[in-house]
Ligand binder design. Structure first.
Ligand code: 2YC
Ligand code: MG
Length: 259
């Protein structure tokens, strides 16, 4: 999994606000309203404890401060523990946290200590980005393309099949593809079919995974992926709408899913 860099998290608040306005323009819905409908409930007065974790590649500067920014923006009280790791975990619980947020290099989780709900970033990110793609106002059919069937892509493809969309997908890893075809009943996307899509959910750690042949006249690309899967010239030439933000859309989905 590609680890975020401090550069990725620079002026994250404006990246997030810009993404919010694009989401509202192309779906007609605010991100918060999409999450309320998706998870069926609204934010309460939960207190969020954010614990820096030094394991593996260690602290990513701006990571925990970015989480505090989004918690407070959602109207929640939040704090970053003075201590890291286990001492931080103890401090968060001692100081009354209801929801814990912490990430090492393998997993980023939200855990609600009051109702026991636990979610991973990759599940919540896959669900919200695929949901955004599926709500494209100018979609020409209910066929949607999923590029990348790793943890994030698979979670999105599963969400879309449950919603009854005609899901086509591709991934250079045949095992990932066969697993998703077998378990989710999705269809393999073959470029020879020249099928074009107005809704694309891209979840790969690779750049330029989207080609002109894939996209319909009007198209929305929704992707948490860094680097961007949509080549700039393709995006410009075909006036493709792009929802792409490295962290906070996924964290918003995490918090709504555990309240
Ligand atoms: O600062 C800290 O507490 C670090 N232990 C945080 C490590 C986060 C590692 N995960 C990532 O960089 C991201 C995830 C947020 C989603 C994809 N990669
Ligand atoms: Mg990508």
């Amino acid at each position: 999994m590609a680890l975020l860099t401090p550069e990725d998290l620079e002026d994250l608040s404006s990246q997030f606000e810009e993404s919010e306005s694009i989401i509202e323009r192309v779906t007609g819905n605010k991100l918060a309203d999409i999450c309320k409908e998706l998870y069926g409930k609204d934010m309460g007065s939960e207190k969020v404890g954010i614990i820096p974790i030094t394991a593996g590649n260690g602290i990513i500067s701006n990571f925990t401060s970015s989480l505090l920014f989004i918690a407070q923006r959602l109207g929640l009280e939040g704090f970053i523990t003075q201590h890291t790791d286990v001492a931080g975990y103890y401090e968060a619980i001692r100081d009354g946290a209801d929801i814990l947020l912490m990430a090492d290099d393998h997993l980023f989780i939200a855990h609600n200590l009051r109702n026991g709900k636990l979610v991973t970033n990759h599940e919540a990110t896959g669900i919200i980005y695929s949901e955004i793609a599926s709500r494209f106002k100018d979609a020409s059919s209910n066929e949607i393309l999923v590029i990348g069937l790793g943890r994030v892509g698979y979670a999105g493809a599963k969400h879309l099949t449950k919603k009854g969309f005609n899901v086509y997908a591709c991934d250079p890893n045949r095992d990932f593809l066969e697993k998703a075809v077998h378990e989710l009943g999705i269809m393999e996307y073959c470029k020879e079919d020249h099928k074009k899509f107005s809704m694309v959910f891209e979840a790969t750690p690779n750049a330029n995974t989207i080609t002109e042949g894939m996209i319909a006249e009007r198209c929305l690309v929704s992707t948490p992926g860094i680097p961007c899967g949509l080549p700039q010239e393709v995006g410009r030439k075909h006036r493709v709408d792009l929802v792409m933000e490295p962290l906070l859309i996924g964290v918003t989905s995490m918090l709504y899913s555990v309240i």
